[in-house]
Design a protein around this ligand. Structure first.
Ligand code: BGC
Length: 550
C-alpha cells in the first residue's frame, strides 16, 4: 500500500530525490540508463531514506535537450524501456513506501511530436499550426525573424520552416512552444495528467511553469521592449496571471484522485509572485532556488530561509529547498570555488562555476575537499529546515561536477548554441558510479553515454556504503533522524553572537547549528545527534553542521 494513503499531505516535508533516468543505472548495458535500472536500485533508494523520487523526462525524445524535448507525452522512450517497465517501477517504489513524481513539460514539445509534424505538413493558417506559435517573418519577403528575441539557449527564438513561416521556440530549435490559447492543447495535457495519475503517479514537477500562456499580437515587441515591460502578471511572455486558469483546471484533475495528486512548479519569477504558483488553488508547491544561488555564507543562508518561510506561509504551502539539480554545477564544486558575493536578488539564475567550467576546471582552482566539506554542512543545514528538500542523484555521494568531457561527447544544447562560451550542463549529468572499478563503474556492464572520469571510482556507492564516515552514510543517517521533525513546520532562530554561525530550533527540543566561518565555535557536544564533519575538541570546526537534541 502506498504511504500516501496513510499521510495525506506527504509532500509538505518530504525529501524528494531527483533521478535523471539516462544517467542513474543501465540495466540492459547499452550505455544509457533505463527504467529497469532504476527499479533494480529500488532498495538503494529505500535504504537512502527518501520519501519520493522525481523522475526527469523518460518519454520518447530525440534528446535535443536531455529529454525535455518530448515527442510523446504518454509513453516511455524505447531506449529506456516500456510502459510495463514503468508500471513495475511504480510498484517497486510504492511497495517500499516511496512516492513517484514525474516531470511534465507543457511549454514546448519536441519537433518530432506528431502535432508538430502535422503542423509542418498542414501549412499556413491550418488548425494544426494553431497548436504552436507560427508567425510571418519580418522584412519585405518575410525572411527576417518576426522579432529579435533570443532563445534561453542562445540564438534566435524563431525558426523558419520550408513554406516561409516562422515558429517560436523559447528553448532549443527542436522545442517549439505550444499555443496554450488553443483548447485542444489544454485538453491534451489533462489527458496526460490523468494517464500518469491512473498509472499510480503521485505528483508532477511542472517544467517552465511560468511561461505557458502568452499574449502575442502584431506588431510583436522587440526584445528591448519586452524587457522593459513590468512583470506584473500582464507581461506578454512570462508569469502571466492567466496561467493560473490552466492550473485551476489541473487542480480539479489532481483533486479528483484519492489521495490528491501533487504538483511543484518550476517557475523562475519574481519572488513575490511565487506564492501564486504555490497556492492550493494553483499547483500547490513551487521551487525556491535561492539556496542553490547562495554562497556558503551565514548571512545569505539566513536571509534565504527567512524570506522563503515567509513566502511559503503566505501561500499556505510548505517551502522547498534545493542545492543541486540537473541544470546547475553540483554544490560540492560550487562551494570549492570562490564566493560570488552577496548580491542575491532572487530573480535571476546565478550559475556558479561557469568560469571554472569554461577554463576546463583550472581557473579558479577548485578546493575539492573544502567543497565537499561545505556541501555536507549545507545539506545537513537544509535537511533540518521545515519544508521539503529536493536532492539530486549523486549528491549523496559527494560527487563533483565533471569538467573533463570532450567536445565530441557533449550533449547539452547550451554547449552548441551559447555565444557566451558556456559549456552547458553535461557535467552534472554524468552516469553514477556504483562500483569503484569496471567499465562504467557499475552503471551498466560497460560504457556510459557521457564519459565518467577516472576519479568517479572514488565516490562509488559500494565503497561509501561500507564507510561510516562517507557522505552516503551521512545522508542515510540524516534522512532517518529527520523523520521526527516532520510533524511540525516551525523554526526559531537562536542568537549565536557570531556572524558566521547559524543556530535554529525545531520541535521536540531539536536544534541545528552550522559554522560557516573559519573559527571553531563551542557547543555542548554530548547532545550531538549527527555532525557533517568530525568535531574539534567539543567545538564546531569550520564548515560544519550538527544536529542536537536537548
Ligand atoms: C529544465 C531544463 C530544460 C528547460 C527546457 C528547464 O527548466 O529544468 O533542463 O532545459 O526547462 O525544458
Amino acid at each position: 500500500m502506498a504511504a500516501t494513503e496513510e499521510i495525506p499531505e506527504w509532500w509538505r516535508q518530504a525529501v524528494v530525490y531527483q533521478i535523471y533516468p539516462r544517467s542513474f543505472a543501465d540495466a540492459n548495458a547499452d550505455g544509457v540508463g533505463d527504467i529497469a535500472g532504476i527499479t533494480s536500485r529500488a532498495d538503494y533508494l529505500r535504504e537512502l531514506g527518501i520519501d519520493a523520487v522525481w523522475l526527469s523526462p523518460f518519454y520518447p525524445s530525440a534528446l535535443a535537450d536531455g529529454g525535455y524535448d518530448v515527442a510523446d507525452y504518454r509513453n516511455v522512450d524505447p531506449v529506456l524501456g516500456t510502459l510495463a517497465d514503468f508500471d513495475e517501477l511504480v510498484e517497486a517504489l510504492h511497495s517500499r513506501g516511496i512516492q513517484l513524481v514525474v516531470d511534465i513539460v507543457p511549454n514546448h514539445s519536441s519537433d518530432l511530436h506528431a502535432w508538430f509534424q502535422e503542423a509542418l505538413a498542414a501549412g499556413r493558417g491550418s488548425a494544426a499550426r494553431d497548436r504552436y506559435i507560427f508567425w510571418e517573418g519580418a522584412g519585405e519577403d518575410g525572411s527576417e525573424p518576426p522579432a529579435d528575441w533570443q532563445s534561453s539557449f542562445g540564438g534566435s527564438a524563431w525558426e523558419r520552416v520550408a513554406d516561409g513561416q516562422w515558429y517560436l521556440h523559447n528553448f532549443a530549435i527542436e522545442q517549439p512552444d505550444l499555443n496554450w490559447a488553443n483548447p485542444e492543447v489544454r485538453a491534451d495535457f489533462v489527458t496526460t495528467l490523468r494517464f500518469w495519475s491512473d498509472r499510480g503517479v503521485d505528483g508532477f514537477r511542472i517544467d517552465v511553469a511560468h511561461m505557458l500562456t502568452k499574449d502575442l499580437r502584431d506588431p510583436l515587441p522587440s526584445s528591448k521592449q519586452l524587457a522593459a515591460l513590468p512583470l506584473d502578471g500582464q507581461h506578454p511572455m512570462v508569469d502571466r496571471d492567466d496561467v493560473h486558469e490552466v492550473y485551476a483546471e489541473w487542480r480539479a484533475v489532481f483533486d479528483s484522485y484519492d489521495p490528491p495528486r501533487t504538483a511543484v512548479a518550476e517557475a523562475w519569477v519574481d519572488k513575490a509572485r511565487i506564492p501564486l504558483y504555490a497556492r492550493k488553488e494553483s499547483l500547490g508547491q513551487a521551487f525556491n532556488f535561492d539556496l542553490l544561488e547562495a554562497d556558503f555564507d551565514a548571512a545569505q543562508f539566513r536571509r534565504v530561509v527567512q524570506d522563503n518561510l515567509g513566502l511559503a506561509a503566505s501561500s499556505g504551502s510548505s517551502s522547498t529547498w534545493v542545492l543541486s539539480n540537473h541544470d546547475v554545477v553540483r554544490h560540492a564544486t560550487r562551494y570549492g570555488l570562490p564566493h560570488l558575493g552577496p548580491d542575491l536578488d532572487g530573480t535571476t539564475s546565478r550559475r556558479h562555476g561557469l568560469d571554472w567550467l569554461k577554463s576546463g576546471g583550472t581557473d579558479p582552482v577548485l578546493d575539492r575537499a573544502g567543497g565537499e566539506r561545505a556541501a555536507r554542512a549545507a545539506t545537513l543545514f537544509m535537511l533540518g529546515l521545515p519544508g521539503s528538500s529536493y536532492l539530486y542523484q549523486g549528491e549523496e555521494l559527494g560527487l563533483h561536477e565533471v569538467v573533463e568531457i570532450p567536445d565530441s561527447a557533449r550533449q547539452d544544447p547550451i554547449f552548441f548554441r551559447a555565444t557566451t562560451g558556456d559549456i552547458g550542463r553535461d557535467g552534472c549529468r554524468v552516469p553514477l558510479p556504483w562500483r569503484p572499478d569496471g567499465g562504467s563503474f557499475g552503471f551498466g556492464d560497460d560504457g556510459s553515454h557521457l564519459p565518467q572520469p577516472p576519479w568517479f571510482g572514488d565516490y562509488a556507492v559500494s565503497s561509501e556504503t561500507d564507510d561510516a564516515s562517507s557522505t552516503l552514510a551521512l545522508y542515510r543517517r540524516a534522512l532517518t533522524l529527520r523523520r521526527v521533525l516532520q510533524a511540525e513546520e516551525r523554526l526559531e532562530w537562536i542568537d549565536t553572537g557570531s556572524d558566521d554561525v547559524l543556530h535554529f530550533r525545531r520541535p521536540n527540543g531539536w536544534e541545528v547549528v552550522t559554522n560557516f566561518g573559519a573559527a571553531p565555535y563551542r557547543i555542548d557536544s554530548e547532545d550531538v545527534l549527527i555532525a557533517s564533519s568530525t568535531l574539534d575538541d567539543g567545538a564546531l570546526p569550520a564548515a560544519t553542521t550538527v544536529w542536537i537534541e536537548r
